[in-house]
Design a protein around this ligand. Structure first.
Ligand SMILES: Nc1ncnc2c1ncn2[C@@H]1O[C@H](COP(=O)(O)OP(=O)(O)OP(=O)(O)O)[C@@H](O)[C@H]1O
Length: 304
């Protein structure tokens, strides 16, 4: 196995009876890479993760994880993998320390790893409280601590931020960035492309079991070539606005014109607005959001 191939899927398909959950998917991930699997409900994200975890056999194609067939179930490979499932149920009567010690035993890790791990996910102060008293965010961090047992080389996180508030989500992603920075390969599945800026090195957009797009957010933005929206506020009424603005823009509420441009024409448009002097009061530039990007690729999928 080379560094470039911590995960390698070649033309993988998975059928459940007549349901084609995954169709002809090829993807790879290298050491230290954080890859997001993004797609609506039923797109095939969990199925793909289960295939990589060796919990499902592919109907077709080849899956290699850390250089091995995950279905072989070799303990030496499994112990290098961490998994945070979409829903994880802990015994509410146990404390976080007791629960993690139990998981540490399963992974053949010493008990001494538990306290530092709980501190790492911000649960040191609550380590000896029963899990039944934990908030959703605390349970999620405990789930992450469980996944981090044994310093895994490969982490699978299935919709890890569902139900977390923005501050906790930020902390969670901070931890994930640190792990990837330390060389772990991280695979995150999510519905929310919008929260992946600065987190994922690569985004794989899935739809009905197929890969619609695979690249960094920058690459996907370039590929989509979505328009940039520019809103210009004029000093007086619409009719008194400079002629170029009345020709190129769409008049909206009161003193505004909406225009669109591309990355190539943006600066020329802004210069023109600035050169209009006191006739222009303000300029707002709205780059396409990640949600716009997601909608764009999904609409291309619909056109197939
Ligand atoms: N064990 C199974 N038996 C039958 N169908 C299944 C099974 N597991 C998954 N599917 C189907 O495969 C498709 C993909 O499901 P999967 O859970 O992988 O999607 P997902 O992208 O993870 O969705 P979600 O975001 O809702 O978790 C769905 O149509 C689902 O109903």
């Amino acid at each position: 196995m080379t560094e470039a191939h911590v995960i390698e899927l070649h033309r993988v398909a998975k059928h459940f009876g007549k349901v084609e959950a995954v169709r002809d998917v090829s993807l790879s991930a290298g050491a230290g890479e954080c890859v997001a699997l993004v797609g609506h409900n039923g797109a095939g994200k969990t199925t793909l993760m289960k295939l990589m975890l060796g919990l499902l056999h592919p109907s077709r194609g080849d899956v290699r994880v850390l250089g091995h067939d995950p279905c072989a179930g070799a303990f030496a490979v499994r112990r290098r993998i961490g998994f945070l499932p979409e829903t994880i149920a802990f015994n509410p009567a146990l404390t976080a320390t007791e629960m993690l010690r139990f998981y540490a035993t399963l992974k053949r890790e010493p008990r001494s790893v538990v306290a530092p791990l709980l501190a790492r996910v911000g649960l040191a102060a609550a380590a000896d409280r029963r899990i039944g008293t934990y908030s959703k965010g605390m349970r999620q961090r405990l789930g992450l601590a469980q996944a981090l047992l044994g310093e895994p080389a490969l982490l699978f996180l299935d919709e890890p931020t569902t139900g977390l508030d923005p501050a906790l989500r930020g902390q969670f992603y901070g931890l994930i960035r640190d792990l990837a920075g330390a060389g772990a390969t991280v695979l995150i599945s999510t519905h929310a492309l919008g929260e992946l800026e600065g987190v994922a090195d690569r985004v794989v957009i899935l739809d009905r079991g197929e890969v619609l797009a695979d690249g960094s957010l920058g690459e996907l933005r370039r590929l989509a070539h979505l328009p940039i929206r520019v809103r210009v506020k004029v000093a007086g009424p619409h009719a008194a606005a400079p002629a170029w603005l009345r020709d190129a823009g769409q008049a909206v509420n009161g003193h505004h014109f909406d225009l669109t441009c591309t990355p190539d024409t943006k600066m020329a448009l802004l210069r023109r607005a600035v050169e209009s002097g006191s006739a222009v009061d303000d300029i707002e530039v709205a780059e396409p959001t990640l949600d716009d990007l997601y909608a764009h690729f999904l609409s291309r999928g619909d056109a197939r």
